[in-house]
Write a protein of this length. Structure first.
Lengths: 346, 140
């Protein structure tokens, strides 16, 4: 009865005849309801399965989320990003330790890149979080970034919703700060913590990479290594130049040594200050805007896929291009036809 | 747009300090398109089962060279079952005598791979098994 990951029942109204669609839908509902019951009973395995649905883009996830959505919004979501090797996983482990000492439950989502060639991934972040594995107040999940751009942000934010609904207090979401997809992921969290370390580029490079724009808190990890004082100063200067007089929140720059468990309390204190700042500034409005952005992203993704495949756009584009038209003229023509069709339907 | 991947946990139970073999298998499986969670050395059966459950993996692969497989492998299996993870495809490898292989294969292990197994054979076995299981689940 329990379907393996992804052997999902088709969404209602797709791919099956009206006669068979009813029982299939019932079957999907039974699967979702069964999972929701186990989820509400606090079974981590049920949370784990819900996240699998999210990352596979399984149709069951929508039904699951609908059932538990009323309890989403209690967790605080901290995105932890920065270049590979900066010490994100080590820091996440340390943050979790401090938060647990304060009796907060912790959910960790660690995203690592998939190979664009094979689609496979080696997910090794758990190694640094080993001490947390057997703590009943901690849930750790590794996630591969997989192929599509929108896919990652959807899966990661859905996974955060599931962890949140499970009743966990603090979510730590680790992503490698490399591209637009990761940027979208961290911007969906409440607090973005950017981790840098000496040797992995100076403050100017960080500015060029746009990393300061997403940061709510800047962390210089590995202060036990030479060069960290310089990096701290560079970042403080850069953060001031960027934000002073323009925003109510200037990202603090905090030094720590996650590998030596030093300075972690300072990082947590900075996270707390940002949280208080957002709560005073109107957290609900900020979060509501992020939900709107999520809807926009998912809608664009879905419309894009639907319009391209079902409209036979590929075939038309090939014909027009073969006739010597420029790509932009082809786009104009296809877009005009689509908009016309929508107007006619509306 | 349902996108499925085979998710595998590669783990090293017990005290032996060599994970070259486990790491090699992990990267071969990755190169075949699987998502491989690697948890490092010195894992207790409880830690392995707990990670497998939290990660909702399809496959757990154990590697051991210390000779303690008859003690540790069944305990991993027990801990998995305790967490409702009895359905995972459970495989193991290392320096394991063929007698022990047979015993484990009748005690919940799907397959044991002895020394000298080609890593690609492990990958191909997992793919074939998972394809069978998914076909069965889709039919039911
Ligand atoms: N010297 C030093 N090394 C550290 C520190 N924190 C982490 N590391 C090391 O940096 C490397 C990368 O750490 P990891 O947490 O995996 O980085 P990630 O790729 O950003 O998640 C590991 O070898 C860690 O042991 C630190 O505070 N000081
Ligand atoms: Mg990491």
């Amino acid at each position: 009865m329990r379907p393996a990951r992804g052997t999902a029942v088709p969404a209602p109204g797709t791919a099956c005849s009206p006669r068979s669609s009813k029982p299939l839908k019932d079957q999907a509902d039974t699967v979702v309801n069964g999972l929701v019951a186990r989820f509400r009973a606090g079974e981590k395995a049920a949370l784990a399965r819900a996240i699998s649905w999210a990352e596979n883009g399984s149709p069951e996830f929508a039904g699951f989320l609908r059932e538990v959505y009323a309890t989403v919004g209690r967790a605080w979501r901290t995105g932890v990003t920065g270049p590979p090797g900066a010490g994100k996983s080590t820091l996440v482990n340390e943050l979790a330790k401090v938060l647990r000492a304060r009796a907060r439950t912790v959910g960790i989502l660690a995203v690592d890149p998939s190979s664009p060639i094979t689609g496979g991934a080696l997910l090794g972040d758990r190694i640094r979080m080993e001490e947390r594995t057997s703590d009943p107040g901690v849930y750790i999940r590794s996630m591969a970034s997989r192929g599509s751009h929108g896919g990652l942000s959807r899966a990661a934010s859905d996974a955060c919703d599931a962890i949140d609904a499970f009743g966990i207090d603090e979510i730590l979401l680790e992503t490698v700060g490399v591209g637009q997809a990761e940027y979208d992921v961290v911007s969906a969290t409440d607090t973005v913590l950017v981790v840098l370390c000496p040797g992995a580029g100076d403050g100017i490079q960080a500015m060029k990479a746009g990393i300061l724009e997403v940061a709510d808190v800047l962390v210089v990890n590995k202060v036990d290594l030479p060069g960290s004082d310089r990096l701290l100063l560079d970042l403080e200067e850069a953060a001031h130049i960027r934000h002073a007089g323009r925003s109510a929140w200037i990202p603090p720059v905090v030094g720590c040594s996650a590998g030596k468990s030093q300075g972690i309390e300072d990082v947590v204190a900075a996270l707390e200050r940002h949280r208080q700042h957002l709560e005073a500034a109107g957290l609900d409005a900020v979060r509501a805007e992020k939900r709107v952005a999520q809807v926009q992203r998912v809608l664009q993704e879905r419309l894009g896929a639907a319009l391209w495949s079902e409209g036979g756009q590929g075939r038309r584009a090939r014909t027009l291009l073969a006739a010597g038209r420029t790509p932009y003229d082809v786009v104009d023509e296809l877009a005009a036809a689509l908009v016309g069709a929508l107007r006619g339907a509306g | 747009m349902v996108e499925t991947k085979i998710r595998v946990l590669v783990a090293k139970p017990g005290l032996d300090g060599h994970d070259r073999g486990a790491k090699t298998v992990a990267s071969v499986l990755r190169d075949r398109g699987m998502e491989v969670v690697y948890t490092g050395l010195h894992q207790t059966p409880e830690m392995i089962a707990e990670a497998a459950m939290q990660e909702d993996v399809d496959v757990v692969g154990l590697s051991i060279l210390s000779g303690a497989h008859m003690e540790l492998f069944p305990r991993v299996r027990d801990e998995l079952v305790k967490r409702g993870m009895g359905h995972v495809l459970l495989v193991g490898g290392g320096i394991i005598p063929s007698d022990d292989m047979r015993k484990l294969e009748s005690a919940g292990f799907a397959k044991l791979f002895g020394p000298g197994t080609r890593t690609d054979d492990i990958g191909a076995y997992i793919e074939a098994e998972m394809a069978k299981r998914r076909a069965r689940n889709a039919a039911s």
